[in-house]
Each structure stands twice: as structure tokens, then as C-alpha cells.
Design a protein around this ligand. Structure first.
Ligand code: NAP
Length: 484
């Protein structure tokens, strides 16, 4: 059922920040899973680089522990783990100094694929790019992978793009948004563009509105200081929700090629209307008896940063004029879920009379947990008693359809890293996309800062502030329930 694993070319992958949280929790366990699936060629190598004074064995021990904790692979035995760890090397390198660069230059092999994963603070991107260039590490085909946050506004995103462009061509830069690596996100494109069924209905004539929700149960965790300077708009909407919006709204690209897809996404972002302040609700989670509130979590009793945001926007083009897009994301909500819901309009006339009620078809695309899609269709309620109508789901849960094979579906990071090695940029953000997203986001943030807007409190474990519900009510609609 699951597609064949196609091995990639031989590569050296250097992970700057190889001792950090992201590398240990996501990147390395993900690479291990790809190794177990047979996708990594025998000679491929992964080189960890950070300032910590470790040797390769020390780093391998660290990675072994991370695999045990985070990889969720149970088909790989100790011998396989050892074989994977033997692909790993470590060099102590300082992005801001000369330490380690000559050794790294010696270690990276010539004439194979090189990828440099910048899993460090964006403030180090420029230093890393400069030093890779200075020490002639890599070649004109080398790839660099950069993480969010990609800037905190249009100005800083442009500066970051210019910094990377000094030594790297756009075709070499892979800006990761791990939402794009999710199976369902690609399935969304398959469903839209691989079937005749949906696309004719995929417009304002038939779609009443679209909701995109990314709800988290966790709070700011140990990232309080970073998060408080960012907030839900910068941390989630500008990147993850925006990317989902693009994929759901874009025109069919002529081919499934990186620039064709990204051109269409860019057109969507550029067509986004400014958001009316009446259609923005910002929230901050409040205290409960035993749980601290947002302000305690970030250590600032006067913080005005939002841990929740809901907003309504429109896309000014022929396909979507008049169809609202509602975006919502927040922390410490009722359940952890990410989903896109396409609510179709009611049938134009009900032949069953008013007592049959109104029924609209709803396509639900779940990104997590339990990735899959559900299409709600209206049928007759079985049995006697006249024509009563009932909405039932046509369910396409990957877990049910694929059974045990679901375990072999790569997670987002694994897939994206292998795409880097293959040189496929389709699921990565282009520089102009990121800048266009900030150009839309900046005035919204400037607006609430100018108004000295204070976020509305909401209960931990709720669905967000009341005002977010009211915003929908005013439009005669309602949010889909937040549930796992
Ligand atoms: P982290 O845990 O703080 O790790 C930072 C890494 O950078 C460490 O390995 C650190 O090792 C290394 N480093 C720091 N200064 C250095 C220098 N001068 N030269 C060389 N290496 C240096 O951070 P993280 O959470 O892994 O995040 C890494 C990047 O991914 C950040 O841009 C973050 O925004 C992004 N990101 C992270 C997550 C996540 O889940 N963690 C999610 C999305 C995006 P030494 O101190 O030993 O040098």
C-alpha cells in the first residue's frame, strides 16, 4: 500500500546546532527512521557541528539517547542503531570564530550532495554562510536549510534573505515550514488536483467559507522569552497557517514543480486583503486554580502578546471573492488539533421541506492528530418515519486505510530533509513568499500596537476567548468544535 522507498544520492549533511533541541528531537531521530527504511545510501554521512567540546563518540551517545526517546521506530534493532551511528561525525565549530572550520572543510567530501542545516538561531545564519564561503566548504550545488522564524517583520526578513543571497542562490536555499511536509498537506494537493470531483466546486460559488485551526494544548514551555517577543501571529499565522491557506486557495499549477507551485502560492498571498480590526480577536490564557497564566509563564506581568488569535480574511481574486477565510490558533486550548474545514453552501432548494432542516457538505482535512480527510454527506436517516435527513462522514483516515503501513509514512522532517537531498524545493518557502507574507502581516500587527490593544483573557483548556465565538456569530457561522 505504501509507496516504494527510493534511495537518495550519496550525501554529506552538516547539522549546525547538532547538539540542540531541534536536531536531537526531530532531525536526527527522523534521519534514523529514513536509515531504517533503507533510503540512505551506505556511504551517506551526517556531521554534527556546535561549540560543545565533544568528539564523535560523545555526540553518538547523545544521539543514541535521543533516538531511544524520540524516534518511535520499533523495527530497528541495536545493530541497526550502531550502523546508523557510525555514519555520524562531530566537529566542534564556532559560527562566530575560527575554531573548527578547517577540520570541517577537511571532513566534507567533494563531488557529492552537500546539505548544511542551520539549526541555530537566525542571528548566526550570516556568520555560517560567510564562513562556509570563506573556507570553500561545499560547491555551487550545496543546499542550506533554514528554520523559522524567518524574520520578525518584512524588514528583517528582507535582511535575512539578503544575507543568505550573498553566497547562495535562491535554488540552494530551503526554508523549512514543517507543516508542508505533512502527509495530509500533500494529500490535499492530490485530492484537489488529482480528482475531477472537487475542483469544479472549489470556489466562492459553492464554498461558503473555510476555517483553518491549529490548536495546541501546551503553553509557551521553556520558550517564554522568545514567544513573548513573537506571539501567535508571528509564530503561527505568518508561516504555518499562511502556507495552509495558500495550498487550499491556490490555482492549479501547470505542473507539480517547485516554482510552478510556489508561483501560485505567492499569488494567493499577494491577493490577501488587509484585515479589518473588527475581525481580529487576540487572547491570552488566564490563570486557573493550579495553573499559572500566560504572563507568569513569560515572566512579564504586563505582557500584551497574544497566545491566541482568530481572524477573518478574504482573497481578492475571481475564484474566492466573497468567501471568508477564518484562521484560528492558540496555546493551552481544549485539545491539540490542526485542521482545515471547507464548508460548502447549502443546496439551493430543499425538496424535502423545512422540517428536513438545512445540511451543508463539509470537507474536513486533519493534519494532526490522526491525519486524514472526512467528507460529510447528507443521506436519509434509515428506517421508517418519513424523509428525515442525516449528515454522515465519508471517512478517509490514513490510519484505517493503510493499517500498519502508516508507521512507514515519513514524518514531516524526514520527508523534507530527503527532499533537500533530492534537490526538490516544492515544499519549501521561496524568499518572495516569505516577504509577501510579512507584507500582509506587518500592518495587522502595527494596527493593534497603534491601538494599544490588550488581548482578551481565556480559560486554560477552553476554545479561546468568547469574542472569537462572537466574531463568527456576527457572520451567522460557527467554529467547528476543537476536539482530538
Ligand atoms: P537550541 O536548543 O538552543 O540549540 C542551538 C544550537 O546551536 C546548539 O546546538 C548550540 O550548541 C548551537 N550554537 C549556539 N551558538 C553557536 C555558535 N556560535 N556556533 C556554533 N553553534 C552554536 O535551539 P533549537 O531549539 O534547537 O533551535 C534551533 C533553530 O531551530 C532556531 O532557529 C529555532 O528558532 C528553530 N526552531 C526550533 C524548533 C524546536 O522545536 N526546537 C522548532 C522550530 C524552529 P553550542 O551551545 O554547543 O554551540
Amino acid at each position: 500500500m505504501v509507496s516504494r522507498v527510493i534511495p537518495v544520492d550519496d550525501f554529506d549533511l552538516v547539522i549546525f546546532g547538532g547538539t540542540g533541541d531541534l536536531a536531537q528531537r526531530k532531525i536526527l531521530p527522523g534521519l534514523y527512521r529514513r536509515f531504517c527504511s533503507g533510503q540512505m545510501p551506505e556511504s551517506a554521512r551526517i556531521i554534527g557541528a556546535a561549540r560543545a567540546d565533544l568528539d564523535s563518540n560523545g555526540w553518538r551517545d547523545m544521539v543514541r539517547a535521543s533516538i531511544a526517546e524520540f524516534s518511535s521506530v520499533n523495527r530497528c534493532d541495536d545493530a541497526r542503531i550502531d550502523a546508523f551511528l557510525m555514519r555520524l561525525e562531530y566537529v566542534s565549530v564556532d559560527a562566530r570564530g575560527e575554531n573548527g572550520w578547517k577540520e570541517l572543510a577537511r571532513l566534507v567530501r567533494k563531488d557529492i550532495v552537500h546539505a548544511f542545516y542551520f539549526s541555530v538561531s537566525p542571528s548566526l545564519f550570516g556568520d555560517l554562510a560567510d564562513r562556509l564561503y570563506l573556507h570553500k566548504i561545499g560547491n555551487s550545488d550545496s543546499r542550506i536549510v533554514v528554520e523559522k522564524p524567518f524574520g520578525r517583520d518584512l524588514k528583517s526578513a528582507k535582511e535575512l534573505n539578503a544575507t543568505l543571497a550573498k553566497h547562495f542562490d535562491e535554488t540552494q536555499i530551503y526554508r523549512i515550514d514543517h507543516y508542508l511536509g505533512k502527509e495530509t498537506v500533500q494529500n490535499l494537493m492530490a485530492v484537489r488536483f488529482g480528482n475531477i470531483l472537487f475542483e469544479p466546486l472549489w470556489n466562492s460559488q459553492y464554498v461558503d467559507h473555510i476555517q483553518i485551526t491549529v490548536a495546541e494544548t501546551v503553553g509557551v514551555g521553556g520558550r517564554g522569552e522568545y514567544y513573548d517577543k513573537s506571539g501567535a501571529m508571528r509564530d503561527m499565522v505568518q508561516n504555518h497557517l499562511m502556507q495552509l491557506l495558500c495550498l487550499i486557495a491556490m490555482e492549479p499549477p501547470s505542473r507539480f514543480e517547485p516554482d510552478e507551485v510556489r508561483d501560485e502560492k505567492l499569488k494567493v498571498i499577494r491577493a490577501l486583503e488587509p484585515v479589518d480590526p473588527h475581525h481580529i480577536v487576540r487572547g491570552q490564557y488566564g490563570p486557573t486554580d493550579e495553573k499559572p497564566d500566560y504572563r507568569e509563564d513569560v515572566g512579564d506581568a504586563r505582557s500584551r502578546t497574544e497566545s491566541f488569535i482568530a481572524l477573518r480574511t478574504h482573497i481578492s481574486n475571481w475564484r474566492w471573492a466573497g468567501t471568508p477565510f477564518y484562521l484560528r490558533t492558540g496555546k493551552k486550548l481544549k485539545a491539540r488539533t490542526s485542521e482545515i474545514v471547507v464548508v460548502f453552501k447549502d443546496a439551493p432548494h430543499s425538496i424535502f421541506g423545512p422540517e428536513a432542516g438545512t445540511h451543508s457538505n463539509i470537507l474536513r482535512i486533519r493534519l494532526q492528530p490522526n491525519e486524514g480527510m472526512t467528507l460529510g454527506v447528507t443521506i436519509k436517516e434509515p428506517g421508517p418515519g418519513g424523509m428525515r435527513l442525516l449528515d454522515v462522514p465519508l471517512d478517509m483516515s490514513f490510519a484505517e486505510t493503510l493499517g500498519d503501513d502508516i508507521a512507514d509514512i515519513p514524518d514531516a522532517y524526514e520527508r523534507l530533509i530527503m527532499d533537500v537531498i533530492r534537490g526538490n524545493q516544492t515544499l519549501f518557502m521561496r524568499g518572495d513568499e516569505v516577504e509577501a507574507a510579512w507584507a500582509w502581516t506587518d500592518p495587522i500587527i502595527e494596527g493593534w500596537e497603534r491601538r494599544h490593544d490588550v488581548p482578551k483573557p481565556y480559560d486554560v483548556g477552553s476554545t479561546g476567548p468568547e469574542d472569537a465565538l462572537m466574531m463568527m456569530h456576527r457572520d451567522g457561522r460557527r467554529w467547528r468544535e476543537i476536539k482530538e
